[in-house]
Write a protein that binds this ligand. Sequence first.
Ligand code: SF4
Ligand code: SF4
Length: 350
Amino acid sequence: MSWIPPLLLHYYITERCNSRCSFCDIWRQPAGPDALLEDVERNLHDAARLGLRFVDFTGGEPLLHADLPRMLRRARSEGLRTTLTTNAMLYPDRAAELVGNVDFLHFSLDASTAADHDRLRGRPLFDRVMASIDLARQLGEKPDLLFTALPDNLHHLPGLAEFCRRLGLVLIVNPVFSHREKRELNPEDLAFIDQFARRPFVYVNRAFHLLRKRGGNSIVQPRCRVVDSVVVISPQNQLILPCYHHEQARISLVEGLAACWHSAAVNELRAQQGRWPACAGCTLNCYFDPSFACRIDALFMHSMAAKIKYARDKYVRAPLMRTLSRTDPRPAAGIMASLSKPDDSPAEAR
Ligand code: SF4
Ligand code: SF4
């Protein structure tokens, strides 16, 4: 049994998605029913009592869930900080329902041109992301942009970094992660991304890079502490263990999250975290980030340094820019169009 409370709740509220991203499996699988509001509210209450600090409403595309605004409000009323990542297709239609209730609002943006972003996402989303940025800023939100770094889109990174600097928004660089389908960045790709780590308004977590350079998780000495640090709940009101991508068990939450979390079944799975054969070489960012907080080592230090820089950019540098009217007042699409076109080859961009 762990005496340290988990940090983060990954709440999968829907498995439906209106995007067709080339690097994602979720939309290829049949979706079950969405989460029920009454289950979500009960689990959020229990999560807060267990000591969790953050809830990430995820999916699928979370904006497809009609009750998302009520879930966000309930999470905040329980003292949880909320995270929402969206492909932005529905954000312009639903922004007014969400305003003020998302602490970390992320719009996915994988390229500086509509052609490449829409190709990677399999849907015409680029213009929706640009409109969402403008609308969120008008509403007083502080969105971040989430760049999934793939082997074939790194040449867009310089342009996107400059775009974010002008707007005073943080660009989160999220290396594509490897699990079943190996589509990893190579050492040269990681070195290229590293160059952006000190740039204002670019978030690069070098702990992810160090983990990859070490070959990912070791099943002999696991660095994964997913069951200690993360709670994962399915839309069908089940606890998923140990993680969404390597499910070993689903436990019904009808008896409540707190009772389930302290059960013998969960403790047995906790003892196995990071040790299953499929865990060898794992680099799942969303599960390793909380795991880094569980042990003080080089991965912990890199991760903390990245978060301190993120906080400085978002909560000090950006407000200062706004106060001094140093942000570019033009619409996002106009700023992007004014930036030079990306080089055709990543090698040239380096
Ligand atoms: S928007 Fe998210 S869940 Fe949907 S296909 Fe893309 S990566 Fe997968
Ligand atoms: S190592 Fe990866 S696959 Fe294994 S439990 Fe941890 S997050 Fe899941």
